[in-house]
Design a protein around this ligand. Structure first.
Ligand code: UN1
Length: 498
């Protein structure tokens, strides 16, 4: 038998074992006989070590000039780019999504690294006149200290980079808890930082469960900021844990993203978009398309063509170049998706148009494969309309009119991403205004956000913050307003100048 590699935690610049002496296995979801590695099953003692190291490193890292911090990030971006193929292979093995997409994931990490490196020479504040004579006003950003990052398995390198790079460029230090299904991609990211000379303690990684690692991290008073991407249920707990100390708390949670296809849309273009939005990444994106709202005039035509195209999707191991849809990330995730397929079949009035179960037989038995599944005649009363599934299931929902379509799109607890397919520019602008989400697309699917645009959602998707772009800097810094009085006399604003 092949020897399984054991990976360690990264604390204070060293790769160390957990205090528990225990490990957990990282298993390839396309082939469960393939063990990707063993990782430390850590507990609060390891978290404590990591926070101590990060708090110590903060004393010096915060004083490194931001353009110098940026130079390190530029080098890290270049290194990730050179090693992209290896990182993509590792990621497909641990997460399951196809190689083209894991290359995209690494690229998104590179994009964010370069973008935030650029902020090293910007991080603009304001200078503004004072209302007093001989006095100067400016605002500057200051770091928060130790940032605790809790990252998901669906974008195993991109999302850690989304959080880590703005935290670092602002002068914070980091403790990261990677998702238990995909820690290798975070190890790869950290190795790039280490190889480029990151000082000890500036970034620390502790692997393990949410309860044993994430929870002590978010409760520790030395942590100034927690950034979390994951489910709304866990996000609520993170929010509650941060509240007593008023920590910065950034939450990026669920979605139930809708594409509206109007009667004047280019139907083939819309079908391409809906296939990619719904079944790309096996539907395991927060931004995945899970509701397709169709104007009644084109409902039948769209449904027929869409089902025919979805039937042709090639399901399999993401390492195979022909594969279009990989497995679910894990057995529990597959079971959740299968449960929603069962619920859908029992919903009163919904019609199963395609799929509805596990892909079985031959090589598929070794992995967690679910069929691309389409339900027709879905209404807003149904659970499959309302609840996030995070898998290869999509609803077709008939709408009477534009107004009805908008009402259906908004009739949802989440508000991450939405889209409209139409050739009518007036309608496109109206929809852009009327759909209450953080991201909106015209004639493109709900997935595919770029790193220099704010990323996040309304309602139960988020708590008002945004990742990416300069908005991410707000999460990882505090403003300080500075007044410099060079008059040599006491000056009282609002009093002496009236
Ligand atoms: C996510 O699913 O959590 O916009 C992130 C997209 C990707 C990021 C998705 N760039 O689909």
């Amino acid at each position: 038998m092949k020897k399984v590699k054991v990976y360690k935690n990264f604390i204070n610049g060293k790769w160390v074992k957990s205090h528990t002496g225990k490990t957990f296995e990282n298993i390839n979801p396309a082939d469960t006989t393939d063990i990707v590695g063993k990782f430390q099953l850590s507990d609060e003692r390891d978290v404590n070590d990591a926070i101590t190291a990060a708090a110590e490193a903060f004393k010096t890292w915060r004083l490194v000039p931001a353009p110098k911090r940026a130079e390190l990030l530029y080098r890290v971006g270049q290194r990730l780019w050179s090693d992209k193929e290896q990182h993509a292979n590792d990621m497909t093995r641990e997460m399951g999504k196809v190689l083209a997409e894991t290359r995209g994931d690494v690229q998104e990490a590179i994009d964010m690294t370069y973008y935030m490196a650029g902020e090293g020479r910007r991080s603009f504040g304001q200078t503004t006149p004072s209302e007093m004579m001989n006095k100067f006003c400016m605002s500057i950003r200051q770091p928060l200290g130790v940032c605790g990052l809790i990252t998901p398995w669906n974008f195993p390198m991109a999302i850690p980079a989304w959080k880590m790079m703005p935290a670092l460029i602002m002068g914070n230090t980091v403790v990261i808890k990677p998702a238990t299904y995909t820690p290798l991609s975070v190890v790869n990211l950290i190795k790039a930082l280490e190889a480029e000379g990151l000082p000890p303690g500036v970034v620390n990684m502790v692997t393990g469960s949410g309860g044993a690692v994430g929870s002590p991290m978010m409760h520790d008073p030395r942590v100034g900021c927690v950034s979390f991407t994951g489910s709304t249920a866990i996000g609520r707990k993170v929010s509650a844990a941060c509240a007593p100390d008023f920590k910065h708390c950034h939450l990026e949670m669920g979605g139930k993203n809708a594409i509206i296809v109007m009667d004047d849309a280019d139907i083939d273009l819309a079908i391409d978009g809906c296939l990619w939005g719904a079944f790309g990444t096996t539907g395991q994106r927060c931004t995945a398309t899970s509701r397709i709202i169709l104007h009644k005039k084109i409902y039948d035509k769209f449904a027929r063509k869409f089902v025919a195209r979805a039937k042709e999707l090639v399901i399999g191991n993401g390492l195979n170049a022909k594969t279009q849809v990989g497995p679910a990330v894990s057995e529990p995730q597959m079971n959740t998706v299968l449960e929603y397929m069962r619920i859908g079949k029992e919903e009163d009035g919904a019609k199963l148009l395609l799929g509805g179960g596990r892909v079985k037989g031959g090589k598929y038995n070794k992995g967690w494969f679910t069929q691309p599944t389409i339900f027709g005649n879905v209404t807003n009363k149904m659970r499959i309309f309302k609840e996030e599934i995070f898998g290869s299931v999509v609803d077709l929902i008939p709408a009477r009119s534009y107004d009805h379509a908008i009402q259906l799109a908004n009739d949802c607890d989440y508000g991450l991403s939405a889209s409209i397919y139409t050739k009518d520019v007036n309608r496109a602008f109206k929809a852009m205004r009327d759909v209450y989400t953080g991201i909106f697309y015209v004639n493109a699917p709900t997935i595919g956000a770029e790193t220099h645009m704010p990323f996040g959602g309304t309602k139960h998707t988020g708590n008002g913050h945004r990742e990416a772009c300069t908005q991410a800097l707000e999460v990882f810094s505090e403003w300080k307003s500075v007044y410099i009085d060079f008059s040599g006399v006491i000056q009282r604003p609002q009093i002496d100048n009236q």
